[in-house]
Design a protein around this ligand. Structure first.
Ligand SMILES: [Zn+2]
Length: 307
């Protein structure tokens, strides 16, 4: 669903709520307290006098709403605006800034910022399997982000840059993560944690860390040039390079600058979308499903990461 379809499908709050209930409880609403499937839908008036849809458990009498215990809970924003924000985020290939979201859905920058982070959190994969495996070729490379404007001088500029390690399966998933520097101590733990040891081939540049970490019979070093070798193998790291370049264009075009503290969550948002680039029509539903499964991210927890 794109933004226009989302706006049409969820023209009213009740329509959005019905869709959310279906997403959260595909087999029917169950009590959040005792998991009993027998619940009554009731309508009350909230504190502000607005109509409030609740459920009452027939067993334990618990009152809960469709958003209780989810990311939407305690949000003053209507679901229709949440849905529009999700559509905007899953649709924009290079990412979208909180400022743009604020303008589109009509809310304050602060609200949009919080909203975007919560959606971004839901888009990140927590227990993704390792990259690679039998028959899969993985490309690994590093890149540098930003830095130019922070200080003066080449050395200082390089110090201010953020280093990102990227791994990409050819025709598959990606993994991007900030690293302290390009030394073995920074790169090795990520390879150990994220690269399947049964991967068919691993293509990297001639960085010494890779030579020590990856078994020579699986390792291909490349000079970044893409060519078809006589044995049928394509050299180069074009897959990961194109992910890097799309991400960088996103920074320039959408975010302008992004906080160093949050860059990993931007990277995982980007990977999430990049890995599903061929599933565009389903992205909205996929994101909504993730939101249904995630624990709420409080403002306190979010800002704790900064201060
Ligand atoms: Zn109950």
């Amino acid at each position: 669903m794109n933004l226009l379809q989302v706006a049409k499908t969820f023209a009213t709050e009740d329509m959005a709520l019905a869709y959310w209930i279906m997403t959260r409880w595909p087999k029917g609403v169950r009590c959040l307290g005792c998991d009993n499937p027998k619940v009554w839908a009731i309508t009350t008036k909230g504190k502000t006098g607005r109509k409030c849809h609740l459920f009452e458990c027939a067993e334990c009498g618990l009152h809960f709403s469709a958003t209780t215990g989810t990311l939407f809970h305690d949000s003053h924003l209507p679901l229709t605006k949440w849905f529009a924000a999700i559509a905007l985020m899953v649709e924009s290939k290079k990412g979208i800034s909180a400022n743009q979201v604020a303008r589109h859905i009509g809310c304050s920058y602060k609200t949009a910022w919080y909203l975007c982070h919560r959606i971004r959190n839901a888009m990140s994969e927590t227990d993704e399997p390792k990259l690679g495996g039998p028959g899969v070729v993985v490309e690994i490379d590093e890149t540098f982000i930003g830095g130019k404007k922070f200080r003066k001088g080449v050395k200082a500029g390089k110090d201010a840059k953020i280093t990102v390690l990227g791994m990409a399966e050819r025709g598959g998933r990606t993994y991007l993560k900030t690293i302290e520097n390009t030394k073995a101590l920074s790169i090795r733990p990520i390879l150990d944690a994220r690269l399947d040891p049964n991967t068919e081939r691993v293509v990297t540049d001639s960085h010494a860390t890779y030579t020590y970490t990856i078994p020579p019979e699986k390792h291909e070093t490349t000079s970044h040039k893409q060519e078809l070798r006589d044995d049928g193998f394509i050299t180069g790291t074009r897959t990961i390079e194109s992910a890097f370049s799309l991400f960088k264009r996103g920074i320039i075009g959408s975010y302008h600058k992004m906080s160093r503290d949050h860059i990993d969550s931007y990277l995982s948002e980007f990977s999430w979308r990049f890995d599903r680039r061929h599933l565009q029509p389903q992205l909205f539903d996929l994101a909504l499903h993730n939101l249904a499964e995630r624990k709420p991210l409080t403002f306190k927890r979010l800002t704790q990461q900064i201060f």
